[in-house]
Design a binder for this molecule. Structure first.
Ligand SMILES: Nc1ncnc2c1ncn2[C@@H]1O[C@H](COP(=O)(O)OP(=O)(O)OP(=O)(O)O)[C@@H](O)[C@H]1O
Length: 627
């Protein structure tokens, strides 16, 4: 008895889309099904190795039956158990299909457009077939199962007879209509073309019986002949000069589930201590789920064209986790295990070469195609920074020249080298300021005070940035200095003397202000303020940005520990109107002077991106002072 089942809701949606597809390139269904068959044979190959079974002649067969309108694809791969049948063909769980689904959710884009870009998998059969029957028998199993579906209504499963291991898919093609000629997929020459076009590099023979004309006893006759339709040479095994950019891009999109062309393709061979071919891609967009726990970095690993494993992390340093691609090396054993990988000497050599190559390419991009590099930086700059601080600076030489920063001059992002070259001669330190964006940074009082001296600063906007600065410490003998820290020492001797004098004269007022502000460790006059009346600077040690990062971490971990706080120093501009006002009022109206001081402090907090302690009190005081 056949069991009748419903598709899982998401499968149904995708299926509906396939059935009603108006997509013009329905022909890709063949590529998808052949690729599944090939994957299944890969899996069987590994299974056979493990079970000491002779794999025998592995391959895929296509049969066309015009009378019954069926196209059949069989493989002698791993096959499926009943449970696998239900799980694999009844739900959407798999990478490519999943990425497709995500994209559908996200984009308003023409859906039919996306179909062509993605591997949409098994369900694509329903673009051309009104009924699909799957006969399958798993490796090592005596049972065989038949799965049948006419589309969205659900599917039926029952036991069946099947002599050989593997899977056979029978597609009953839809009837032709005004828009679509489905009968073309029953034509031998058409199917041969499609295999050549999309599946030529499939590693296993794709065979079909074709009619050929032959001379037999002086007569021309058509005779059936067994033909292998694909050349079986993987793309990366072909001579480099013969492979086009377009083929490489198409391969990327199909294999690594992206719908955009890669930003950069890196295709190279290495011979020497270790021989390998690498085909690497830098995506032009941030991969789906890149920042989620589920993102799987790593490259595909092949040995002599035979797939070993996906997501081999040992081939890439963690900070290059955005790189996609594959490595094929004849020096690796086919049944290498995950555990062995970590200690494999060859693999480490390959990893080093890959790292070097990718960094060289990035360096070249930075030098030759700045616009493209900026795009790269926007997507993956964070990872390069991660490379610096996660190695505690050990990788700094490789990476520091790849860093880009916006600066307070408001222009395009610059490298450290460019920044240093543009510094005035008397500027020793590389100053940086932290802000939520470049606009906010430009308005910081400390920035104006630097600019008064003709200096610019790097703008740090990412949380990790200060850690990067601390890890680097300096660049070419120029120390990195937080411009919001206390001792910048920007004044001339003359200015310093003048300031000392003014401070002495206003000593009592400054201690009055300090008393009004218990949170602050010091209130002092400063000559570095340009237009702003006050600014908050951090004492030596923890910076304000670090304080915020720690506070966020503490909130997340909920440790109950009081968060670390930076030392707060309030600097006051002795030339500001408000200071003059304070001087005039603090003895005659100390209450008012106290309110002004508190408001100034709150404003300094706001400018640094901190909340004011008591917004209601703050608002009340401002209103009263205005009135
Ligand atoms: N010929 C086959 N032999 C064995 N298993 C198969 C075969 N075809 C499909 N499957 C199983 O069904 C699953 C779902 O197939 P489907 O084509 O929808 O997704 P996928 O191949 O995993 O991903 P995608 O095709 O998007 O790359 C496969 O992962 C595989 O486990």
């Amino acid at each position: 008895m056949a069991e009748k089942k419903e598709f899982q809701a998401e499968s149904r949606r995708l299926l509906d889309l396939m059935i009603n597809s108006i997509y013009t390139h329905k022909e890709i269904f063949l590529r998808e099904l052949i690729s599944n068959a090939s994957d299944a044979i890969d899996k069987y190959y590994h299974w056979a190795l493990e079970h000491h079974e002779e794999p025998g002649d592995l391959g895929i067969r296509i049969e066309l039956d015009e009378t019954n309108r069926t196209l059949t694809i069989s493989d002698n791969g791993i096959g499926m158990t009943k449970e696998e049948l239900e799980e694999n063909l009844g739900t959407i769980a798999k990478s490519g299909t999943l990425a497709f689904k995500e994209e559908l959710k996200k984009q308003d884009k023409d859906q039919s457009d996306i179909i062509g870009q993605f591997g949409v998998g098994f369900y694509s059969a329903f673009m051309v077939a009104d009924e699909v029957t799957v006969y399958t028998r798993a490796a090592g199993s005596e049972e065989a199962w038949e799965w049948k579906s006419q589309g969205a209504d659900g599917y039926e499963i029952e036991a069946c007879d099947k002599e050989e291991r593997g899977t056979m898919l029978v597609l009953h093609l839809k009837a032709d209509d005004d828009q679509e000629d489905y009968s073309q997929y029953l034509q031998s020459y058409r199917v041969q073309d499609l295999v050549k076009k999309y599946s030529d590099y499939i590693r296993y023979p794709i065979r079909m019986t074709v009619e050929t004309t032959q001379e037999v006893d002086g007569e021309t006759r058509t005779v059936p002949e067994e033909k292998t339709l694909n050349s079986m040479v993987p793309l990366w095994k072909r001579p480099k000069a013969e492979v086009t950019e377009e083929e490489l891009s198409t391969f990327y999109k199909q294999h690594f589930f992206d719908f955009t062309d890669p930003m950069k393709t890196i295709f190279f061979n290495v011979e020497g201590n270790v021989d390998f071919t690498a085909l690497l891609y830098i995506p032009s967009r941030v991969p789906d789920g890149f920042y989620s726990q589920d993102y799987k970095p790593g490259l595909q690993l092949y040995s002599r064209g035979v797939f070993i494993m996906d997501h081999c992390e040992e081939l890439l340093p963690p900070y290059l986790r955005f790189v996609k691609g594959l490595v094929d090396s004849q020096d690796l054993s086919l049944n290498i295990s995950r555990e062995m990988l970590q200690h494999d000497h060859q693999l480490r050599l390959i990893k080093n070469r890959i790292e070097r190559k990718v960094l060289n390419e990035l360096g070249a991009m930075l030098a030759k195609d700045r616009e493209q590099y900026e795009k790269f930086w926007k997507n993956f700059g964070l990872d390069i920074k991660f490379g610096i601080y996660s190695s505690f600076g050990a990788d700094r030489d490789k990476l520091e020249n790849l860093l880009l920063f916006y600066t307070t001059d408001g222009g395009k992002p610059v490298t450290l080298q460019e920044f240093v070259s543009a510094m005035p001669e008397d500027q020793k330190d590389i100053y940086y300021v932290s802000a939520k964006d470049t606009e906010a940074a430009a308005k910081l009082p400390v920035v104006k005070s630097l600019q008064k001296k003709g200096y610019q600063a790097l703008i740090l906007t990412a949380e990790v940035d200060e850690f990067v600065m601390q890890t680097l410490g300096q660049y070419k003998d120029h120390p990195f200095t937080n411009a919001s820290s206390a001792d910048l020492d920007l004044q001339s001797e003359e200015e310093k003397e003048q300031l000392e004098k003014t401070s002495e004269e206003n000593k009592d007022l400054l201690s009055f202000m300090k008393e009004a502000l218990p949170e602050v460790s010091e209130v002092r006059l400063s000559a570095r303020l340009a237009d702003d009346p006050v600014m908050l600077v951090a004492g030596n040690g923890l910076s304000f940005e670090m304080e915020k990062v720690y506070a966020a971490m503490a909130a997340q971990q909920d440790s109950g520990m009081p968060p670390l706080k930076a030392d707060r120093i309030l600097e006051v501009n002795p030339d500001s109107k408000i200071f003059a006002l304070l001087k005039n009022t603090w003895q005659s109206d100390p209450e008012k002077a106290k309110a002004i001081t508190e408001v100034l402090y709150d404003q300094a907090l706001l400018i640094e991106g901190f909340p004011v302690k008591d917004p209601i009190d703050y608002a009340r005081k401002v209103t009263e002072l205005i009135a």
